[in-house]
Write a protein that binds this ligand. Structure first.
Ligand code: SAH
Ligand code: SF4
Length: 411
């Protein structure tokens, strides 16, 4: 299949890529990421009688999502015969971790390999990043290999959209973080520099801010987050899951009703002219329509605010007039504002705003009643870059760590 762009003449300047590949399930699929209903079907397919299925689904759920089992043989509460029957048809695999990188401040990046196309094509790589703080640990999760869209400041946007991740590959990222941190019942928890000490959880929060536009992979993201939030399993509540979108307006209400997690909007500009350039999807869904969808987001209240992300681009969107316009624009919407220092990449035409400009901008935002978004003193020394996760395993730069930290959305 060749990559196709939006048909010429639809909306000038807007590129919406279609996937190069379709996921082809392996002959022995993984149970990771299946809903309870799908697990029950899987059980039916290997002849488990209907009367037993509910109980067996519960057992599988527990071994997968509370104990983190990786092989059916680990499931000591299940008979050997049944374990063999599972093993003949299914696996408990998550994506392969091909590299792990641990920064001095405790930030961890995992490079994950996902299977290529059916013809045995090259495997694909996505990254997943863990950002620990004293009282929480935030996992930044990817939803696509590449991205449907092409925001001009985003490295992922320059890449092709290879394919959507499956629900299992999305849930698998949370499982991998727990595997690597030993955060399963009966396992020894990781200790070390920077890991949370105050909270009970090592992975307490999930942000859909890695590669890809989650609302262009709606069903898989919805199904995965239902598994991640399930109180008998991974149990990360929807209040602690944030989905970031560049503004796929028609899917926002649906995200509220069918997913029900917290919402973050990649705003980045206060005028349509500039936003059209930075986030070309704005040509289809301009700022007014986007903010209208935000105002109507189900469950919105002062206790459940929408986060507006704003990447700081030197001389582009970082004037104090922009800051004032930003707070005016968001007036009346229960909102948080997250200023993200731009993380440059080779070939980009943008630069990150100077620090004193970010501080001045942040002061305007703070004086308008929003929590000071660029936090100190810890925020200074660390920053990193979801949204431009890349496969190189070099050390995170100070700016990358700071960008990541901003995106960890510390209140
Ligand atoms: N596609 C979704 C989620 C992934 S991007 C979205 O656009 O919201 C997560 C965040 O990182 C977005 O706010 C995105 O605009 C931002 N981002 C992308 N590239 C960046 C860069 N080079 N520096 C800083 N932030 C960036
Ligand atoms: Fe895709 Fe988000 Fe990057 Fe835009 S900012 S290209 S929507 S990943």
């Amino acid at each position: 299949m060749t990559e196709m762009l939006a048909p010429a003449g639809t909306i000038p300047g807007l590129v919406e890529k279609t996937p190069l590949e379709r996921y082809v399930a392996p002959a022995k699929p993984s149970l990771v990421g299946m809903s309870r209903a799908a697990l029950a079907e899987a059980l039916a397919s290997i002849g488990v009688p209907e009367a037993q299925r509910k109980m067996r689904v519960q057992q599988l759920w527990h071994w997968l999502y509370v104990r983190g089992a990786t092989a059916f043989d680990d499931m000591t509460s299940v008979s050997k015969d049944l374990r063999h029957a599972f093993d003949a048809r299914f696996t408990m695999e998550r994506p392969q971790v091909s590299a792990e990188q641990i920064s001095v401040d405790g930030t961890r990046k995992w490079l994950l390999q996902l299977p290529g196309d059916a013809a045995g094509g090259r495997p694909h790589e996505v990254e997943c990043v863990y950002i620990p703080e004293a009282d929480r640990g935030t996992l930044c999760v990817s939803s696509q290999v590449g991205c449907t869209l092409a925001c001009s400041f985003c490295h992922t946007g320059t890449q092709r959209l290879v394919r959507n991740l499956t629900a299992g590959e999305i849930v698998g990222q949370v499982m991998i973080a727990r595997d690597r941190l030993g955060e399963w019942l009966g396992r020894e928890r990781a200790r070390g520099e920077g890991l949370p000490t105050a909270g009970e959880r090592l992975v307490s929060n999930v942000v859909m801010m890695g590669m890809g536009e989650p609302l262009y992979n709606f069903e898989a993201v919805r199904d995965a987050l239902a598994v991640v939030a399930d109180g008998d399993g991974l149990s990360i509540s929807k209040r602690r899951i944030t989905l970031s979108t560049s503004g796929v307006v028609p899917q926002i209400a649906r995200a509220g009703s069918e997913i029900g997690c917290m919402l973050a909007i990649s705003l980045h500009a206060v005028h349509d002219e500039l936003r059209n350039e930075l986030v070309p999807l704005n040509r289809k869904y301009p700022i007014a329509a986007l903010l209208e969808a935000c105002r109507n987001y189900p469950g919105l209240s002062n206790a459940r605010r929408i986060t507006f992300e704003y990447v700081m681009l030197k001389g582009v969107n970082d004037s104090l007039a922009d800051a004032k316009a930003l707070v005016r624009l968001l007036g009346g919407i229960p909102a948080k504002i997250n200023l993200i220092p731009f993380n440059p990449w080779p070939g980009t035409r943008y630069e990150c705003s100077d620090w004193d400009q970010i501080e001045k901008f942040s002061e305007v935002v703070f004086n308008a009643g929003y929590a000071s978004p660029v936090r100190t003193p810890r925020g200074r020394d660390i920053l990193a870059a979801c949204g431009q996760l890349k496969s190189a395993t070099e050390k995170l730069s100070a700016r990358e760590r700071l960008a990541l930290r901003a995106m960890a959305m510390t209140d």
